[in-house]
Ligand binder design. Structure first.
Ligand code: FES
Ligand code: FES
Length: 548
């Protein structure tokens, strides 16, 4: 359908599918400051101002936005130095976010600034409570809220025409080179020297030894190198990328915890107009690998295939689809017919090692690492001894022993997993991915894709939070296999639901802790026994437990 939208003071007449959300339309138009974090109005990353009011663009159809004015961060302010052109520069909110250091990954920053703008237009002199309330609709997983609250209060003061004290970090108009920093700056005894007023103050105070004369950066507040980019909502993240001929990837996930795929029929899906490829375990090479982006050799078993004839958790992969649009890809998933042979589910790590427990990994290709043992569903075992623990307990006046359980926790980075792949002009497979481990992606995927490492180029743009969840080489192979199958660029972006059902989580653990203490509080011994549940695959089993 034809839609007319008034975005950032520009009139757009566009064609959009009837059910397209404003979030999708805006990003299709290259307005990348508007971010995808969920599809359900939970995170606020997609905030835009509709007639000056902050709304979630993922919940609004583009057709509903017709006749309203839409403002995004792109219209707020710009770099003050644009060659011969005079500009108004950054908006005080943007300046304050940079000066105060209110940006960590920056994925939520555009939404936070717009939410603050709405507030300041109505309440030029807001209380801290009002600022907190205004920002509460935008989830930030990394920065927290103290710095953004300080930034908004500072911007409010600037907008009221008040003098604000200069902060040490300042704004990097262009990335500063170390040579441009004088050596003889006095040491910073207190950092920051000033703070916008909030009830809560930033901790800790940094004290720098006065003897160090030559430092240029250490001990001094330093503005974030890409703060200017982020505060303007410029394309910085993996999905903020325009390429023609792009296909959308979708995954058919297993509804069963443990099953064999007896039969899979993808004919109807392949025949659906707009579908470019459907892949099952019969279509891709059977190469075993580990999704754990760690050292080489990987300290864990190789127990994963891109697609397998067996599924091992609810959410495991069954088939991959690439299509001209998300809607077509989703329709194709519904046309895939799968016949499963159900196997007994294994839900408790304590039962996993029983002799009669179902064996999750019975594939002959499984590659052991150290003490891993697939016949016992054991991905790793580690014992660390330091000192004489028994002696320590003998010296203790009190011994405390308890069993604790820590649950499964999803990392919940606001930017979901996203990977986009394409062949470049030199026939290298380029993978733009939101990853914490770009070099491991390249090394791990080379055999999986049948390419030498030098023909894979992994580009890691800015990452919208990872927290270890993006230390997994989780979806890059999906986009890559589909690019190989079709020859076309492919994007695979998880929904929030997929993050919960089909990505990884922190390992739930049962921990028996025994601690010996003297009467004066001295700890004399500590013994810890951990049973860690890595889920169906053994990725990071050894290292996470070892770090615990
Ligand atoms: S609230 Fe719209 S993307 Fe999360
Ligand atoms: S800085 Fe807010 S989500 Fe990362």
């Amino acid at each position: 359908m034809k839609i007319q939208l008034h975005i950032n003071q520009t009139h757009h007449e566009i064609e959009a599918p009837a059910g397209e959300t404003l979030l999708k339309t805006l990003r299709r138009l290259g307005i990348y400051s508007v971010k995808h974090g969920c599809e359900t109005g939970e995170c606020g990353a997609c905030t835009v101002l509709l007639d000056g009011k902050a709304v979630n663009s993922c919940l609004l159809l583009s057709a509903q936005a017709q006749g309203h004015t839409i403002s995004t961060l792109e219209a707020l302010g710009e770099h003050p130095q644009q060659g011969w052109k005079t500009t108004a520069g950054l908006h005080p909110l943007q300046t304050a976010f940079v000066e105060v250091g209110a940006i960590q990954c920056g994925y939520c920053t555009p939404a936070q600034i717009l939410a603050a703008k709405q507030l300041l237009e109505r309440h030029p002199n807001p209380s801290e409570e009002q600022v907190r309330q205004a920002l509460s609709g935008v989830l930030c997983r990394c920065t927290g809220y103290l710095k953004p609250v300080q930034a908004v209060l500072r911007a409010a003061a600037v907008l009221r025409g008040e003098q604000v004290e200069a902060l040490q970090a300042g704004i990097p108009l262009f990335p500063a080179s170390p040579a441009s920093q004088p050596d003889d700056q006095p040491p910073l005894a207190d950092f920051p020297t000033s703070q916008p007023v909030t009830a809560t103050q930033t901790l800790p105070k940094v004290v720098v030894t006065p003897q160090v004369k030559t430092r240029q950066r250490v001990g001094k507040p330093d503005p974030k190198v890409d703060a200017l980019k982020l505060v303007q909502g410029k394309p910085a993240f993996a999905a903020d990328f325009e390429i023609s001929n792009l296909l959308v990837a979708k995954v058919l996930h297993s509804p069963h915890a443990h099953a064999l795929i007896k039969h899979i029929d993808v004919q109807k899906a392949r025949q659906l107009p707009g579908v470019a490829a459907v892949l099952t375990w019969q279509d891709v090479p059977r190469v075993i690998y580990s999704t754990a982006g760690q050292s080489d050799p990987i300290p864990g078993p190789l127990d994963t295939f891109s697609l397998d004839r067996k599924v091992r958790f609810v959410g495991d992969r069954v088939a991959l689809v690439a299509a001209e649009s998300e809607a077509i890809a989703e329709q194709a998933l519904k046309l895939i017919e799968v016949e499963y042979e159900l196997l007994p589910a294994l839900l408790d790590p304590a039962q996993a090692q029983n002799p009669d427990a179902p064996q999750l990994h019975d594939e002959p290709e499984y590659v052991n690492f150290a003490d891993s043992d697939p016949t016992r569903n054991l991905a790793a075992e580690i014992r660390i001894d330091i000192g004489d623990v028994q002696q320590g307990f003998a010296e203790a006046d009190h011994i405390f022993e308890e069993v604790y359980a820590v649950p499964k926790v999803q990392q919940a980075h606001i930017e979901p997993h996203v990977a986009l792949s394409y062949w470049d002009a030199d026939d290298r497979l380029v993978i733009h991915t939101s990853t914490q481990v770009p070099f491991h992606v390249r090394r791990i995927l080379a055999p999986v894709l049948g390419l030498p490492v030098k023909r894979i180029r992994v580009i890691k743009p800015r990452i919208g939070g990872g927290f270890g969840g993006k230390q997994e080489v989780l979806i890059e192979d999906i986009a890559a296999h589909l690019t190989i199958a079709t020859g076309r660029p492919v994007i695979c972006e998880y929904t929030r639901e997929q993050e919960f059902i089909a990505s990884r989580s922190r390992h739930p653990m049962r921990i028996r802790m025994k601690t010996g203490v003297k009467r004066d509080g001295t700890i004399t011994a500590n013994a810890m026994q951990v049973l860690s549940d890595t889920g169906a695959y053994g990725c990071h089993a050894l290292t996470v437990t070892g770090n615990t």
